[in-house]
Design a binder for this molecule. Structure first.
Ligand code: SF4
Length: 75
């Protein structure tokens, strides 16, 4: 399954990923940083998830547009 990771230390809380790909990313109200939507989290880790193949393009678009290059998508 494709994997997505967020470097929360690098994240500048701009919200671009959550607005471009809301099926994968949601802003964490506790930290103000990006997080993986709950359904796709691995082991409850907000910064790491496994996503369905049909969401890879959307996750990559978000990663490409992240101003902090904080998102990694691996297939
Ligand atoms: S686009 Fe990048 S910097 Fe902006 S909220 Fe998402 S992970 Fe953080």
């Amino acid at each position: 399954m494709p994997k997505v990771k967020i470097d929360v230390d690098a994240c500048i809380s701009c919200g671009v990923c959550a607005s471009m790909c809301p099926d994968v990313f949601v802003m964490d109200p506790e930290t103000g940083k990006s997080s993986v939507v709950e359904n796709f989290r691995v082991g409850g880790n907000k910064a790491e998830g496994e996503i369905p193949a049909d969401l890879v393009d959307c996750a990559r678009t978000a990663a490409d547009n992240c101003p902090a290059t904080a998102i990694t998508v691996e297939e």
